[in-house]
Design a protein around this ligand. Sequence first.
Ligand code: NDP
Length: 481
Amino acid sequence: ASANIGVVGLAVMGSNLARNLASREGNTVAVLNRSRAKTDELVAAHPEAQFVPAFSYEEFAASLQKPRTAIIMVKAGGPTDAVIDELVKVFEPGDIIVDGGNAYFPDTIRREKAVRSTGINYVGAGISGGEEGALLGPSIMPGGSDESWVTLGPILRSIAAVAEGEPCVTHIGHNGAGHFVKMVHNGIEYADMQLIAEAYDLIRRGTGKTPAQIADIFAEWNRGELESYLIEITAEVLRQVDATTSLPLVDVILDQAGAKGTGAWTVQTALALGTPVSGIAEATFARSLSSHPEQRAVAASLPGPAEAFQVPEDQVDAFIEDVRLALYASKIVAYSQGFDEIRAGAAEYDWTIDLGAVSKIWRGGCIIRAQFLNRIADAYAESPELPVLMTAPYFAEALARGQAAWRRVVVAAAQAGIPAPAFSSSLSYYDGLRADRLPAALVQGQRDFFGAHTYKRVDKEGTFHTLWSGDRSEVEAEDTH
Ligand code: NDP
């Protein structure tokens, strides 16, 4: 046995991760793929890497030092289960199976339980950063047992991205915690992208600036508090000119956004947890709305505002600054909601998750990497039990500074007939959460009227019901919610 780590599945992600592992001092990497060709190709293309190729699970297991550690990077779903079944046959108690694919966290919880019953450790690890991240340093979100982290920690630290001197990996929590956090990471990514897209749309339609001019605005924003990978690549995309038509590329790309499902998982999970991640939900639905050309074609005849939207010449700079502030405020809300979902998930599934550590490992390697995450880490360092991230002093101050602009932008969008679902839902969330009193009282009254669902009172303990179809007097009732 000569390898200290193995990789199963050598498509783009697996082969890049194997190369990343092999490039680090002290690692010898065993590699295995279902079909032999990928293994041969990888080994031939990278003689410097000193891979230990295996062509059967038995060979693979024999080539690994104990405790054996293998990272699976195959298609999520059935293929992952198939590989686990094979590994379990050739591994022994104490060995470690890591799934680095994009698994849905309930699958990871199920697999961890099944594999653990054999004495083998199972770690679901979210890996973010795409192909480039896998090769040069991803952000890694591993779950699994404390025992497996002892062996796995140093290996993962050696290949993770580094942000401000710290590797972008931490033991998130037991069983499915890592894939859960990776899922929410992707949900936040959806919200962040949609917010940026709305900012672009408002500026373009309000001021008539060209994509190239707006690219300059984003590049400028990237030097301030919005600095992030997503803002940076937005400028690049907007600046790109199509070679065939000489038009801005963004004008020839079909305006129907795709999705691979992690946004939907984040929202479904949040619904089940009762956690309002409205920004992520609106971003996910905005992609769905865009992808129904048949509905859009018939709805195109519906009327919009009578007057065209045009920001007066002398107010253009102020409008752009308003949009920047609205974007920042909405972004704070999106992250606050995402961290709220992680907190709720941890409570539901009995995970101990250090939210500050999560924000730190997102500073490098992954798609939502940003300066901003340092502020989140600061907030949780100061107050680990913070119930609402956006109320941390730094964010509360930013929201106070931005709220007037945020409101102006949402009003302008509504009056102009420009959809800004993520901007406006974030503002509604902000106003809803800070409200002294909500019309939820009326909803409770309605529920009591038609379903005798009862209500509580502000002035005394107990549960009550009004005899709506009787004399409308109030009676004490059993608590049925
Ligand atoms: P794919 O998701 O395209 O999967 C291809 C790999 O799966 C091949 O190695 C293939 O083997 C193997 N495979 C498929 N079916 C089986 C099976 N039944 N038994 C054994 N092996 C099987 O590869 P990617 O590299 O794109 O992604 C790997 C994982 O990483 C996925 O879970 C993906 O969601 C995740 N991921 C991907 C990212 C990306 O940017 N692409 C980013 C982050 C995570 P064979 O060669 O024999 O067909």
